[in-house]
Write a protein of this length. Structure first.
Lengths: 509, 183
């Protein structure tokens, strides 16, 4: 079947009333998650993951993906109206978005952010439609050595792109890989690190770990005194930008879209990195760079388009290769796995209804988000009026319910609590918990493909250097490690160090 | 190259790294007083954790390269974890002094974690309604210092609504516990 015939099949799935309802629900929840400071898309998806277990795979993945790209739309609202990034990728929108709000142009900033997000999201889905299936066909040539090399490249790329240091990211990934080794070894039947706890025999689930690290961990790190409640509410008639503002936004939206999609294909916190890069690009190409920081519309249009395009771009390696490029796609892969469906090349061929239904739902979801985010912005902003002191106990309750309901296991809830405390400690010491989740998700595949490769070659490590795809991927690993080592040795501030400083709110010089 | 040889090399690398750290600390002591830094603690904690994992995984067979055992991957990863921990310790001078770490949020975090732990401990015995209502009340009235009547109303109301939502609307009953008769 051609791409368009498949896409037609996808739209038939996406327009089923039940599927439409869950796409809508995902978009609404995603917008709320984006609006609420302290609850990022990862914690939102993790907390709601158990609720999707009763649904079929198509509805579950559509709803969870809706939360992801919906949060990118919603994140701009708090950035523009309160100067608080609803989530990390909206940090750059704070600067000029809030400056515009103070000049009385909050509505225009919100409108441009929503339109930019829509254009970027739709472009991203179009390209995803065209490139994911051929990439998946190519990936069918992958055997265990290629998968081992691909997963190593994924981890090293993540470490290289990370704004924290390479050893810190790889250390966290190792902890994740180690946690993934807990339970019965599939090849030999040995119990590993289960300490006679029957529940640990099946291994540690992604849900308690993700909910603990990102949901509970975030709450433990956020005392209510640090959450402010001053909210601006723009009127509906103020939403339309002027002709000049439209004109000044067109090119930043275009550049942000393309840049964001390309960055989104790479592992790491692509949606965050893309918005920082887009802001830097816009300031550099602008004829009036002095306006940046004082309410330049390009400073809103570029980063907002970029983070949305990046979140769509991240679905390409996830769907076509089964490679999670970040913790969010890792959790989405886990959601598919729970339903007995593996992400990767077989998804397109064996479950076309899930794949194409998901792709088609993203077209519909982007339209829904545009319709939701503009007229209903006042409604979403009202959520910010719920005092945080009442909100976070509720979130903890839903974390407990969500984790317990997966297996009716109190051990899972204890794991969540331990992970929450670990998440708090990791943040305190400047360690990013995201690579840990990624390590946990890829651990079983990585171990299996590594051991299969060694068995295939009768214990010869050279198998990884005898197959063209594997050796290409390993050369890419070596190049990235070399680049990272170079910047460590020269102790020169490269773009990643500058990004880390910008994220921490320090001046980049 | 056997897995034992790989493990031996890893241990050797760790030993040399420890020497390097000791040397760098001694050199540093020559110019300044040694100051405990954030990364000394963070890296050191993971090194200690790695050593602990090695200690408890003694009975896991590493196997041969042609037939790797159940212990190969965990031991390999633990070795790498110790190495990265040491790398963080080695570059700890670039991090902030440990004494400057802000602990203002630890009271909130500790209280929240302790209340949640108490709720988890009683969840299966006492059930959802009792534990969650008590947890919400303790968090809102105890930690957040909200007025007691507001906190009580919020805790009981939200818990009852959530229970009804899951039991009747979502057909996914929550743990009944001692109030099991109320179905």
């Amino acid at each position: 079947m051609s791409t368009f015939a498949n896409l037609w099949l996808g739209f038939q799935v996406a327009f089923q009333p039940g599927v439409l309802w869950y796409a809508f629900l995902g978009c609404v929840v995603g917008t709320l998650v984006g609006v609420l400071p302290g609850i990022g898309p990862l914690s939102g998806i993790s907390i709601l993951l158990p609720i999707t277990f009763g649904l079929d795979a198509t509805k579950a993945i559509i709803m969870l993906a809706g939360i992801y790209y919906g949060s990118q739309y919603g994140g701009s609202t708090t950035s523009i109206l309160m100067r608080i990034p609803g989530e990390a990728s909206s940090v750059m929108t704070c600067i000029d978005g809030y400056a515009m709000a103070q000049k009385g142009r909050a509505g225009a900033a919100l409108c441009i952010a929503a339109v930019g997000s829509f254009v970027a999201g739709t472009f991203g889905v179009l390209v995803l439609t065209l490139i994911a299936p051929p990439l998946a066909n190519f990936a069918l040539r992958f055997g265990p050595p290629e998968y081992t090399a691909l997963l190593v490249l994924g981890l090293i790329f993540l470490a290289y792109m990370s704004s924290t240091s390479l050893p810190r990211t790889l250390l966290m990934a190792c902890v994740g890989l180690l946690l993934g080794a807990i339970g019965i070894d599939n090849m030999t039947g040995h119990f590993r690190y289960s300490f006679d706890i029957a529940e640990l025999g099946d291994g540690i689930g992604i849900v308690p770990v993700a909910v603990g690290l990102f949901g509970l961990g975030e709450i433990l790190s956020t005392p209510s005194a640090t959450v402010t409640g001053k909210v601006l509410t723009p009127k509906l008639r103020e939403l339309l930008p002027t002709r000049r503002e439209w004109r000044e936004s067109v090119m930043p939206i275009g550049r942000g879209t393309v840049l964001g999609f390309l960055v989104g294909l790479t592992p790491g916190s692509a949606h965050i990195i893309s918005s920082f890069l887009s802001y830097a690009v816009e300031r550099r190409v602008s004829k009036h760079p002095e306006e940046f920081g004082k309410g330049a519309i390009a400073g809103v249009a570029g980063p907002e388009s970029a983070n949305n395009a990046a979140s769509t771009g991240a679905f390409v390696p996830m769907l076509a290769l089964g490679l999670p490029t970040g913790p969010i796609t890792a959790v989405l892969i886990a959601a598919l796995t729970v339903h007995g469906i593996g992400a990767g090349p077989q998804l397109v061929t064996e479950h076309p209804d899930v794949f194409w239904g998901f792709v088609a739902s993203m077209y519909v979801g982007n339209l829904m988000l545009l319709a939701l985010n503009l007229p209903l912005v006042g409604l979403f902003v009202n959520v910010l009026r719920i005092p945080y002191g009442y909100l976070y106990p509720l979130v903890i309750m839903f974390c407990v319910i969500g984790v317990y309901e997966v297996n009716n296991s109190i051990v899972d809830v204890w794991i969540m609590l331990i992970m929450g405390i670990l998440g708090y400690a990791l943040r305190k010491f400047g360690l990013d918990p995201a690579p840990l989740v990624l390590g946990l998700v890829i651990s079983p595949t990585f171990e299996l493909s590594l051991r299969q490769s060694l068995i295939m070659s009768n214990g010869d490590w050279l198998i990884f250097f005898q197959r063209p795809i594997a050796v290409t991927l390993l050369v890419a690993c070596a190049v990235l490690l070399g680049l990272a080592a170079l910047s460590m040795v020269s102790r020169r501030k490269d773009w990643r160090a500058k990004l880390a400083e910008a994220e921490a709110g320090e001046p980049t010089s | 190259m056997t897995p034992e040889f790989v493990c031996y090399r890893l241990l050797l690398a760790i030993r040399y790294s420890l020497f390097a750290i000791r040397y760098s600390l001694l050199t540093y002591r020559g110019t300044n007083s040694v100051q405990l830094r954030v990364d000394h603690v963070a890296g050191g904690a993971f090194v200690a954790f790695g050593i602990l994992v090695f200690a408890v995984s003694g009975d896991l067979p590493v196997g041969r390269l042609s037939m790797p055992g159940a212990g190969m991957m965990p031991k390999l990863v633990t070795g790498l974890m110790i190495l990265f921990g040491l790398a963080i310790v080695a570059r700890a001078n670039e991090s902030a002094p440990f004494a400057e770490l802000a602990w203002s949020d630890v009271r909130h975090a500790g209280a929240t974690a302790a209340i949640t732990a108490a709720a988890v401990a009683g969840y299966e015995r006492l059930g959802f309604l009792v534990t969650m209502a008590l947890m919400l009340f303790a968090l809102t009235a105890g930690v957040e210092r909200k007025p007691v009547p507001h906190a009580a109303l919020f805790s009981v109301g939200v818990t009852a609504l959530t229970y009804a939502l899951f039991t009747y609307a979502l057909k996914s009953p929550l743990e009944p516990g001692i109030l099991g008769f109320w179905q």
